[in-house]
Design a protein around this ligand. Structure first.
Ligand code: SF4
Length: 338
């Protein structure tokens, strides 16, 4: 059995992936008895990743609120009354301090998010300066800025960007129930632009938005059949924010969250599976199950864009109790060229 699982996972190369997953196969994984599913996920995790290590990423909102999109889960959409005020892009000086603090706290990747529908050409120089600030302090850089064109993606790569985050959120079929102001194909086009520019792709979705298991499977299927697959796959549990259309969404069964993560672990053997938003409302035991299912990256720090995140000390204590080592950055610090 172990050999068969490994053989299947090894058939998923990091690049030049041929489409190998069908919807039926993904749903069969979801349907496995939990012990079997966890065993398969752990088998893949142990083959492709160091056992018992966790990558810590810090996420900083560099431009709050005022977004024209209508993502039903998002407190930064200008049309929802969530109390989030639109602010200007943070300065290099402010970001410099935040990067230093994140590094001091043990993060190896620094992600910056701006509440934009798309990156505007006029903002590319300012964003490039922020990327250079992150890399100059020796952290991996990641940004999430909405849609980007081919030319913009090349400029970000030129500035030293390593990862671009752009989630597809849910299945193609459920997508229009969650966002109407842009299509999932728009999002996939941005992922392609980023990939073509030589930037690594971070893309996942959100569970607990009223979708069915078929939608969770469909989201993973869409991403898994990208060629190559994303290097990072964040799985978020919806944080229902008052004032958004999903404020009263029913909380997803915790075991279904764990199943989604385990299936993702199996389908994306090379990727980081990141447990992202929603951890504050999870028990230590549920987070531990998510880690056993294959999570090997978490967002770290007191705030996650607009939603709360467990305090850094609490995370460290949990990882220590589980005997999980924090991944240490192997990047050398480089001088800032600004
Ligand atoms: S998720 Fe992003 S694109 Fe959607 S409303 Fe929020 S900030 Fe805008």
């Amino acid at each position: 059995m172990r050999e068969a699982i490994i053989e299947r996972a090894q058939s998923v190369p990091a690049a030049n992936l041929k489409k190998i997953w069908s919807a039926e196969e993904v749903l069969q994984l979801f349907d496995l008895p939990m012990p079997e599913l966890m065993y398969q996920a752990q088998t893949v995790a142990r083959e492709f990743h160091p056992t018992g290590t966790m990558q810590l990423s810090t996420l900083l909102n560099i431009k709050d609120g005022g977004c024209p999109e209508d993502c039903h889960y998002c407190p930064q959409a200008a049309r929802y009354h969530t109390g989030v005020k639109a602010k200007k892009l943070l300065s290099v000086e402010v970001v410099r301090e935040q990067v230093a603090a994140a590094k001091e706290a043990g993060a190896t990747r620094f992600c910056m998010g701006a509440a934009w529908r798309e990156l505007k050409d006029r903002d590319v120089p300012a964003i490039s300066a922020l990327i250079k600030e992150v890399t100059s302090q020796g952290l991996e850089s990641c940004v999430t800025l909405g849609m980007v064109s081919e030319t913009q993606a090349s400029a970000l790569k030129e500035a030293g960007l390593e990862y671009y985050n752009h989630n597809i959120d849910t299945s193609p079929g459920y997508y229009e129930k969650i966002i109407t102001t842009r299509t999932q194909d728009d999002r996939l086009e941005t992922l392609q632009n980023v990939r073509d520019a030589g930037i690594k792709v971070c893309s996942g979705g959100i569970v607990g938005m009223g979708e069915q298991r078929e939608d969770r499977a469909g989201m993973l299927l869409t991403l898994a059949n990208l060629d190559p697959q994303p290097e990072s796959v964040p799985i978020n549990r919806l944080v229902p924010v008052p004032g958004t259309p999903l404020e009263n969404a029913e909380v997803i069964d915790p075991f279904e969250l764990v199943r989604t993560i385990a299936v993702a672990r199996i389908m994306f053997p090379h990727a980081r599976i990141r447990l992202s938003a929603g951890r504050t409302s999870m028990s230590d035991e549920l987070q531990a199950m998510c880690i056993l299912a294959g999570v090997n990256s978490i967002h770290y720090g007191a705030k996650l864009l607009m939603t709360a995140n467990p305090e850094a000390e609490k995370d460290r204590a949990l990882l220590q109790r589980l005997g999980i080592n924090v991944e240490v950055s192997t990047k050398a610090e480089v001088s800032c060229h600004q």
